[in-house]
Design a binder for this molecule. Structure first.
Ligand code: ARG
Length: 468
């Protein structure tokens, strides 16, 4: 036995590892989170080893029982983690050898930690994707749950944060559903590439042993088997993709959070946030602050940062495994924890907020939300678009001078600017009438909003939420 007998790789070493190096190189403080995936992967691996005759059926049973006992210890909190054993993979293997002696020493046949860690991470990300997906559905369901009650509430729609055109409240809610739906699609697409077996690529070149990788893939539910060992042991595209998709979830959440922070101010007064999702000030007694929304917005920084972290980590790494790759996990864990935490507070906050209908309605006459509808009314009467734009621009100028909405101008005032305007113009003026005039597919027209509500209600009925 070498001087570093406590290490699975200790044979060649004549000098003990410096304590500072053990502290510097360890990953068990964070990768212990992969214990269940590691044990699951090892069980599939040893079952395959038994199938191809590299271990006996009896040895296989002993190893599986040992691994399950170790899982029990970890779950009960009685398992001792110590940094000399570097990572979760070596801990579990060492514990197995302590239990089983030579039989335990067979588990690592035909694999290396390089493919083991990649496999564990893929199993973990696959589950993480499913969890995030469920939480996204919860949030979509929260938006959809508001639609019926808010159906007739007209809000100003904005461009450049300036009042633009009227929009029905559910049109806003379902806009977010669309964004989160694309995130779900991206997750599903990412999952396809995650769901590839890398185990059995061994260190980098494969193995001379008669392993059956397709058998392991079936046992672990992987849809494909990585076809090039060099690529597979170096590949962290899936981690970067996952982090990127989560960063995009964050972008969407931060847009929503920002909007609702504005809407809940006393300047806007569109929205009352549920008090259970607000916090107060230690000095200003009157304050009810949207800290939850601000943190959702703020935490997006981490999600974007983690993408950058992984991109820089992977840039310029030569094939195949390099220890740099150990740095991938914390970025992914952090992005996952952050997104799940945000989604868990976002859904009840969305469901629990109330629209301040009176304040919203009182302000709808401001901002000439009906100006574009008026322009289109002229276009329908064969006025060229550029001319109609000019006419309405002049009408808005006149109304602004008189400090009235467009509907506040008298017919002769309209006719001074465009003689062909007749009294039917008043049928489309005002936010409510302007809304009714919309008709294009995907617009905020009442019938289009109803189509969307029906579609999302049906879609979510057939989609499992995180609770189901
Ligand atoms: N803890 C390492 C990681 O997370 C495991 C792989 C170590 N492999 C090696 N050849 N040292 O990447």
């Amino acid at each position: 036995m070498g001087i570093v007998a406590s290490k699975p790789w200790g044979g060649v070493f004549a000098e003990a590892t410096d304590r500072r190096v053990e502290k510097f190189t360890e990953s068990v403080s964070f990768d212990r989170r992969l214990y269940a995936q590691d044990i699951r992967g090892s069980i599939a691996h040893v079952e395959m080893l038994a199938k191809v005759g590299l271990v006996s059926a009896e040895e296989c049973q002993q190893i599986i029982a040992g691994l399950e006992a170790i899982r029990g210890e970890i779950e009960q909190g009685t398992f001792a983690f110590r940094i000399e054993l570097e990572d979760v993979h070596m801990h579990i293997e060492k514990a197995l050898i302590d239990r089983l002696g030579d039989v335990g020493r067979k588990l690592h046949t035909g694999r290396s930690r390089n493919d083991q860690v990649s496999t564990d991470l893929r199993l973990w990300v696959r589950e993480a994707i499913d969890t995030v997906n469920g939480r996204l559905v919860d949030l979509q369901a929260a938006f959809v749950s508001r639609c019926a009650a808010d159906r007739d509430c007209i809000l100003p729609g904005y461009t450049h944060t300036q009042r633009a055109q009227p929009v029905l409240a559910p049109h806003y809610w379902l806009a977010y559903c669309e964004k989160f739906e694309r995130d779900r699609q991206r997750l599903a697409d990412c999952r396809r590439r995650v769901n590839t077996l890398t185990l059995g690529t061994a260190a980098l070149a494969g193995t001379t042993l008669p392993i059956d990788r397709h058998d392991v893939a079936r046992r672990l539910g992987f849809e494909a088997v990585a076809g090039n060992s060099l690529d597979a042991s170096s590949d962290r595209d899936f981690a970067l993709e996952f982090a990127f998709v989560l960063s995009l979830v964050g972008e969407h959440l931060s847009t929503w959070a920002e909007e609702w922070i504005l809407w809940s101010t006393s300047e806007f007064r569109f929205l009352k946030l549920p008090q259970a999702f607000c916090t107060g000030s230690s000095i200003m007694p009157q304050k009810i602050n949207p800290d939850v929304l601000e943190l959702v917005r703020g935490k997006t920084a981490r999600l974007v940062g983690n993408v950058t972290r992984l991109q820089v980590l992977l840039k310029g790494l030569p094939l195949a495994y390099n220890r740099d790759l150990q740095e991938d996990k914390e970025a992914i864990f952090d992005s996952y924890d952050t997104v799940v935490a945000c989604l868990e507070v976002a859904a009840p906050l969305v469901a629990g907020a109330t629209l301040n209908r009176d304040a919203i309605a009182a302000g709808l006459d401001r901002g000439y939300l009906d100006a574009t509808t008026l322009m289109e009314w002229l276009i329908k009467r064969n006025v060229p678009q550029r001319t109609a734009h000019e006419i309405v621009g002049r009408l808005v100028r006149k109304a602004t001078e008189r400090e009235v909405p467009l509907a506040g101008l008298a017919l002769n005032e309209f006719q001074e600017i465009h003689a062909a305007i007749d009294p039917s113009i008043y049928e489309i003026l005002g936010a409510e009438r302007a809304i009714a005039a919309f008709q294009s597919y995907g617009s905020t027209a009442p019938q289009e909003v109803d189509r969307q509500i029906a579609l999302w209600t049906e879609r979510l009925q057939s989609t499992p939420t995180s609770a189901s």
